[in-house]
Ligand binder design. Sequence first.
Ligand SMILES: [Zn+2]
Length: 333
Amino acid sequence: MRPIQNGFSMFDIPADWCILTEDWKYKGPIFDAHTHIGEPGTLDKMLEIEDQFGVAAQIGIVHSKEGFEAAKNKYPERFVFAKYLSLRDIAHYNVDPVIEDIVCTKDEGYTLAKSWFGPRWRDYIEDVPAGFRIDSPKLDTVFQALEDNNLPIIIHVADPDTYFELHYQDASKYGTKEENLSQLETVLERHPKVNFQIPHFGAQPEIHRLPNLGSWLDRFPNVILDTASSRWMARELSKDVKKARDFLIKYSDRILFGTDLSANRGDIEYFGGRYSTQRILWETDVQDKPLPFEDADTKDSGGTFINGLDLPLSVLRKLYWENAIRAYGSPGK
Ligand SMILES: [Zn+2]
């Protein structure tokens, strides 16, 4: 593990982030299981800031070949890399190149694959076959290839309820949230030997959805979750601290800390707000603390507030570090 650097003085961190790193309940290293890495020039800054918040390892979802090479060479013990599968090919059931890609993914230095089906993917891909479904039997060979190659996948399906209210009102195009979730559920049912990391709490951080999410975790032992993004977790889980806390404790072996931070947006305010938010949420019993950055989903309806879950240290250790190491090993090893 790389030693923690101190490139920034704490004076660079705005006071309303409230708690200094050394004051957190959990003092160990953090594995951020959901970050995005881009061009090589953005890496140093990202890591320098992350170090300040205790991050010692991370999944880097790769957006640039050059960035990937630079990260591998310069930070060999920092990253577990995830490779995007071609959404365009998947969306057209063009499975052969996707399977060829999966076969060589590990040899290229990646540990897992990534696919993204936030419903707005339909705004980006042209001529999607009518009635396209993620759980179409036409895609079974893709999941079979993941299984055959022992390649885990981060699969993002659906989005928070607020997005369906604000952005995805056209259900004929995007589907309802229930329809999106049920397609993913069928994929999970059909592929019990593929290791799935479902980001964003399975797009179900809303208190009313936790029972369904829990039933997925009960039925599919091959599923783990991550806690990206800070804004969504804080907004929803703060709404009922008891239910949220009980869920985190019950499924503490299955949830990985993650932020969804992008290297190319790396300034201390952006990163710091997200890291502080989750640390407040998981580690403290603070009540009604305003989110330290704007939540576009609630800015016109009263804002987002954090109520801390004050999780036990044993749960924090799993959340921040142990679960990720068990799933993916130590980076570079
Ligand atoms: Zn992401």
